[in-house]
Design a protein around this ligand. Structure first.
Ligand SMILES: [Zn+2]
Length: 83
């Protein structure tokens, strides 16, 4: 488990610049991968709901999450900046 940061240069709600911290839950899957491929990077796209901190309105955005080929993305949550 690790934190991913995503930055919106232009928020769809207020056009401002915000940075969000994503709590990405990755799960390992049982697959046979040769050792030289274990550090390969796979991508999963997910639709995530964000809340504009200025206008307090939610918006959905597609994010690209990086993970290992022997993992999948179980869930994604947006952490508040105050955590
Ligand atoms: Zn905003």
């Amino acid at each position: 488990m690790s934190d991913d940061r995503i930055k919106f240069e232009e928020c769809p709600v207020c056009s401002g610049c915000h940075e969000f911290v994503l709590d990405v839950h990755r799960k390992s899957i049982q697959v046979v991968i040769s050792p030289d491929r274990e550090t390969d990077t796979a991508f999963t796209k997910a639709d995530v709901l964000f809340t504009c901190p200025d206008k307090d309105q939610t918006f959905e955005a597609e994010v690209t999450l990086l993970h290992r080929p022997y993992e999948y993305i179980k869930s994604v949550e947006v952490k508040s900046e105050d955590d």
